[in-house]
Design a protein around this ligand. Structure first.
Ligand code: SAH
Length: 230
């Protein structure tokens, strides 16, 4: 169904995602319309297709409908001024969307363990008009292991994990605010998105929300090696 939402321009992609029933929130639609996916892909001819695309180093930019779902699942925690952590930030696309959702006054920290991708994503964000947000520290891209989170920027109202973890990394749970929500694909072969909700008393509940297929949240060397073997 999702590929029917593809377009020839960013505007068309967003309009087709809307008519395809992907958006339930105008806020998410507007935030995605403010980000030009053409600035975050390697091959411009694929930019407005509703599919994941390779971005090198064994990574992919997720399909636009998945970015929309992730934003909508976290939306109750994405108020202006909120702090957000995006693990496996890859192309930087979702960090940009999240930035628009928490502006003004919010902060998005993206962590990517492939330094070349982290570097590339900063260039993508600048091309997309977010150089000032980077300069002001409203968007921070860090090269490092996302399983450790980024304590300095926390606690986070929302944590998005863009790669599948065998189990929920304890550091991420620790850095989740009370209240706060984590959106994380969990599992190796059978993967599910889980919502991990922490209430205002620090009580944690988990809910499986949908079956998915993500690249693994793993060691950098393992990812680079398996991408060479493909
Ligand atoms: N959401 C991003 C990327 C999704 S692909 C986008 O749409 O562009 C998943 C990303 O997670 C890849 O870029 C991969 O390099 C990264 N990744 C995998 N394991 C990681 C880890 N342990 N720490 C940080 N990043 C990781």
């Amino acid at each position: 169904m999702a590929w029917r939402c593809s377009g020839a321009t960013n505007k068309e992609l967003i309009a087709n995602l809307k008519s395809g029933g992907i958006f339930h929130s105008d806020r998410v639609m507007k935030a995605m319309a403010a980000v030009d996916r053409g600035n975050y892909v390697r091959d411009k001819s694929d930019a407005y297709k509703d599919s994941p695309q390779p971005i090198g180093h064994g990574a992919t930019i997720s399909a636009p409908h998945m970015h929309a779902y992730a934003s909508e699942h976290l939306l109750p925690y994405l108020r202006p001024g909120a702090r957000v952590l995006d693990i496996g930030s890859g192309s930087g696309y979702l960090a940009a969307v999240l930035h628009h959702l928490v502006s003004p006054g919010g902060k998005v920290v993206g962590i990517e363990h492939i330094p070349e991708l982290a570097e590339w994503s900063i260039g993508n964000l600048k091309r997309d008009g977010l150089g000032e947000a980077l300069d002001k520290g409203e968007i921070v891209i860090v090269a490092g292991d996302g399983r450790e989170g980024w304590k300095d920027g926390g606690p986070y109202d929302a944590i998005h994990v863009g790669a599948a973890a065998p189990t929920v990394p304890p550091a991420l749970l620790e850095q989740l605010a009370s209240p706060g929500r984590m959106f994380i694909p969990v599992g190796s072969w059978d993967q599910y998105i889980e919502h991990i909700d922490k209430d205002d008393k620090g009580h944690v509940t988990k809910q499986k929300v949908m079956g998915v297929r993500y690249v693994p949240l793993t060691d950098r060397d393992k990812q680079v090696e398996s991408s060479r073997m493909r």
